[in-house]
Design a protein around this ligand. Structure first.
Ligand SMILES: NC(=O)c1ccc[n+]([C@@H]2O[C@H](COP(=O)([O-])OP(=O)(O)OC[C@H]3O[C@@H](n4cnc5c(N)ncnc54)[C@H](OP(=O)(O)O)[C@@H]3O)[C@@H](O)[C@H]2O)c1
Length: 291
């Protein structure tokens, strides 16, 4: 697919665009995802606390976080938008449009606006903001908090400079993938963001089966986590072997693994998973239409 661009994990510091460090970034909404992103930037030293600004609807949460991380807290979102280069819209999708109405006049031409709002097309955001801004839609997932995220984005301008800027900014949090808004972005949302939930569901089945076979909950949990982690790490670090080859390496003909795999195929596990992915895509579409 020629519409997808991937940036490598954790760029070397020397490759990091030093222009980035001079940019001021402001978050409207300082909840879970904003805090995850800010922590990632501060830990990787890609931006300093003096260049990170945030506002939040209820002050308590922001105050506590800002004191701890020494980030800037302007007195209003309008004031913040006027002094930053990049605005990150980090509130829940249902709060987004009414909030933009309140500070829409503060945006300036060519400012970069990054929206984290799930199910909210870029056209809706561009229409709500009354200035010719550059908009990017970003879909991070929760493993971004441990720098193992999959972070998808698309832009309304598709200019190289904006793409590189977003990749430099977000690669400290994981794998950054550019795609077009539409089918590929939906698939990325479902596989990476909802996908974390799907994997947890599978892990719960795994743990429960172990518990039914005599392991206590804690041990069963640990065994499950290590099995998923071990398989993922092995796949990540076996750069010469693809997933099919790794599978072949653990499967001897007519052996134990083969018996389990045959049963998975007979029961059409793949069909069940694909069906669930498609259902999640349909829900994402429904939510987009209701914005
Ligand atoms: N969490 C994830 O895994 C994840 C993954 C991908 C995308 N996202 C997207 O990221 C966005 C944020 O999600 P989240 O999980 O971080 O939600 P969250 O923890 O609820 O944070 C949202 C924050 O926005 C604040 N807020 C609401 N309206 C505001 C306004 N008008 N001005 C300033 N602040 C305002 C809320 O303030 P209060 O303290 O008053 O509620 C809250 O702290 C959502 O659009 C979501 O779709 C999240």
């Amino acid at each position: 697919m020629d519409t997808i661009r991937i940036s490598p994990f954790g760029r070397e510091e020397s490759v990091v665009n030093h222009l980035l460090a001079s940019k001021k970034v402001g978050f409207i909404g300082c909840g879970n995802m904003a805090q995850t992103i800010i922590k990632g930037w501060l830990d990787s030293q890609i931006l300093s606390a003096s260049h990170i600004f945030a506002t939040n609807r209820s002050p308590g949460k922001l105050q506590k976080f800002a004191e701890e991380k020494k980030i800037q807290t302007p007195s209003s979102s309008e004031q913040m938008i006027e002094q930053v280069d990049v605005v990150v819209l980090a509130m829940k999708p249902q709060d987004l449009l009414s909030a933009i109405e309140d500070f829409q006049h503060a945006f300036s031409e060519n400012q970069i606006v990054i929206s984290l709002a799930a199910g909210t097309p870029m056209s809706v955001i561009t229409k709500a903001i009354n200035a010719k801004v550059r908009v990017a839609r970003l879909m991070p997932n929760t493993p971004s908090s441990i720098k193992e995220g999959v972070i998808g984005y698309c832009t309304n301008t598709r200019d190289e400079e904006l793409g590189s800027f977003i990749e430099d900014l977000f690669s400290p949090l994981g794998l950054v993938i550019e795609t077009e808004e539409g089918e590929a972005f939906e698939a990325l949302t479902v596989s990476a963001a909802s996908g974390v939930g799907f994997v947890f569901e599978l892990m719960i089945y795994w743990r429960e089966w172990l518990e039914e076979h005599g392991f206590d909950g804690e041990t069963a949990s640990l065994m499950t986590i290590k099995t998923f982690l071990g398989a993922s790490k092995l796949a990540d670090q076996s750069n010469k072997l693809n997933l099919e080859e790794l599978l072949a390496k653990v499967t001897s003909k007519q052996g134990v693994t083969a018996a389990g795999l045959n049963s998975m195929r007979e029961l059409e596990l793949e069909r069940g998973l694909r069906y669930s992915f498609e259902k999640a895509v349909l829900r994402d579409r429904e939510l987009s239409k209701s914005r």
